[in-house]
Design a protein around this ligand. Structure first.
Ligand SMILES: O=C(CO)[C@@H](O)[C@H](O)COP(=O)(O)O
Length: 241
């Protein structure tokens, strides 16, 4: 299980200190929005390059942009260790995924809530991660779409059939409002389909992620640390895990 707190909930005036504050997370999830693929605008390559320079954890770039075939590889070349493009925007996902990998990044493909998984199953050998959106991309603070969990399960089954070490990321949920007294629980999860073979440091707790109100967690399907994640999802989407 891994945590990748989303920068969308960080203080944009203090990004370096915000990154330092999540130094015990596994990744920093950076939402790049271009006001075309999604109606919102966040930040682009120059800011990501600066974040890569100062971040204590690797950058997990979620590109909600048009023409990722052209614009995504530079994020990998800049040093983002995971780069996610949207299949709805990609012209040639195979060539794009290969370009990301050859630039040193994990190649990841995202699906909007309305996009089915099955037509893209054959892309698995080209991918290191599949991101299943559980909100419409574009904004934080939306309600978690529990009806996306069957898609997560379908991706997991495809990954098992394929047999590769491919992670599944689930992104998007509206957490309870930030409280001055209590940290917000980790709300957004990523799933890794296989147990990790190497020992990991303990998962950051929600307290550790308190500076940012959102986080992405990757869960192994076995192991003590999964218990909390499974309980979390069982409560929100009964029968999904
Ligand atoms: O990609 C996105 C939104 O488009 C996410 O990464 C958001 O950051 C999730 O925020 P919450 O839904 O958890 O508030």
């Amino acid at each position: 299980m891994q945590i990748s707190p989303s920068i969308l909930s960080a203080d944009f005036a203090n990004l370096q200190s915000e990154l330092d504050a999540i130094g015990n997370a596994d990744w920093a999830h950076v939402d790049v929005m271009d006001a075309h693929f999604v109606p919102n605008l966040t930040l682009g390559l120059p800011v990501v390059e600066s974040l890569i320079e100062v971040s204590p954890v690797p950058i997990d770039c979620h590109l909600m942009i048009e023409d990722p075939d052209r614009w995504a590889p530079p994020y990998a070349e800049a040093g983002a260790k995971s780069v996610t493009f949207h299949i709805e925007a990609a012209q040639d996902p195979v060539t794009l995924a290969r370009a990301l990998r050859s630039a040193g990044a994990r190649a990841s493909m995202a699906l909007k809530p309305g996009t089915p998984w099955e037509p893209y199953e054959e892309l698995l050998p080209e991918l290191d991660m599949v991101l299943v959106m559980t909100v419409e991309p574009g904004f934080g603070g939306q309600a978690f779409m529990a009806d996306m969990m069957p898609k997560v399960r379908a991706v997991r089954e495809s990954v098992r059939r394929y047999g590769g070490e491919i992670w599944i990321q689930v992104d998007g949920e509206s957490p309870p409002p930030r409280s001055s007294s209590a940290p917000t629980p980790v709300p957004t999860f990523s799933w890794r389909d296989r147990p990790s073979t190497t020992p990991r440091t303990p998962l950051p707790t929600s307290t550790a992620c308190a500076p940012w109100s959102r986080a992405t967690v990757a869960a192994e399907t076995e192991g003590a640390r999964d218990a909390a994640a499974m309980a979390y999802w069982s409560a929100r989407a009964p029968g999904s895990v």
